[in-house]
Design a protein around this ligand. Structure first.
Ligand code: GLN
Length: 285
């Protein structure tokens, strides 16, 4: 079958579930992943064909897309901050908002290569490792530690560190059960679970049914559990002038500022993401 004819069929099969732009982007992502054919190659060679085996491969993916499985999980990888990352059902799919948090830290800490002072960074709840790895890659003087309670997520994070050729010290640990981190850091940062059960109605099927609930949800009655615990640890384990950075629930900006104030953090700054929602903050001790 001609690829260009299959494209029409592929679009029709998905058009009640996704908008046209998204279907187009799935089609070309898959064309490149399976056949190393770029959009422009197809335009230039409209007679490219799919054989029986290839068609079967497309049909398998198509049925997963019909079940609203995220394309990142179907392919087992994605991109974050311009770098490639493996992902699976044990790790969240990195979000563009999180890239903004990474950007903020890099802007705050980037210094030319000849500055020898090391910055010690701890990422709590690292998941795929996307934050820790992109910081390690872009801050040449950083020594990066990444912690997660999920052994399965850490396996992916380790593969991602190797893939991106950075050295990260991984810690398999539950932050809720940690009393003292046992060492000092210049930056402690986290994108912990923050979605309340009451917000489940706003969440799409592709997130709710496929992404790890362990990384997403908190009880309605104690939505800031992780933030409280991490802020408390940061008080003990941040070095002088150390900074704490968080990605946060867009509805809890005010509560988060109050939390950091309660723990005597200074220079607290709340920032919005590209969508205009309160999404990240920092403060120092
Ligand atoms: N931003 C993610 C979402 O909207 C949530 C990430 C988290 O809970 N840390 O699904």
């Amino acid at each position: 079958m001609l690829v260009k004819d299959y494209r029409v069929q592929f679009k029709e099969a998905l058009d009640t579930l996704y908008d046209e732009k998204e279907i187009e982007s799935f089609f070309y992502i898959l064309l490149e992943a399976f056949h190393q054919i770029k959009r422009v190659d197809l335009a230039l060679n409209p007679t490219i064909e799919l054989d029986g085996m290839q068609l079967l491969q497309w049909e398998t993916v198509l049925s997963q897309l019909k079940d609203e499985k995220p394309i990142q999980y179907i392919l087992g990888e994605t991109e974050f901050y311009g770098l490639p990352f493996y992902v699976n059902e044990n790790t969240l799919i990195p979000r563009p908002e999180t890239e903004e948090l990474v950007e903020w830290i890099i802007k705050d800490y980037f210094v030319p290569r000849n500055d020898v002072s090391t910055i010690r960074i701890l990422d709590i709840g690292t998941g795929s490792g996307c934050i820790a790895i992109s910081l390690a890659k872009n801050l040449p003087n950083a020594e990066v530690f990444a912690l997660d309670v999920s052994e399965k997520a850490l396996q992916i994070a380790k593969k991602n560190a190797d893939r991106n050729e950075v050295k990260i010290t991984f810690l398999h640990q539950s932050i809720l059960e940690t009393i003292d981190l046992g060492q000092q850091f210049d930056i402690i940062m986290s994108n912990p679970p923050y979605v309340r059960n009451l917000e489940k109605a706003e969440i799409n099927k592709n997130v709710l049914e496929y992404e790890p609930h362990l990384a997403l949800f908190v009880e309605d009655t104690d939505a800031l559990l992780f933030y409280r615990k991490i802020t408390e640890l940061a008080q003990k384990n941040l070095s002088q002038n150390g900074q704490l950075y968080f990605e946060i629930n867009q509805y809890l900006g005010k509560e988060m500022v109050e939390l950091l104030e309660k723990y005597h953090f200074k220079n607290i700054e709340l920032r919005k993401d590209i969508y205009g929602n309160d999404r990240m903050m920092k403060g120092n001790i």
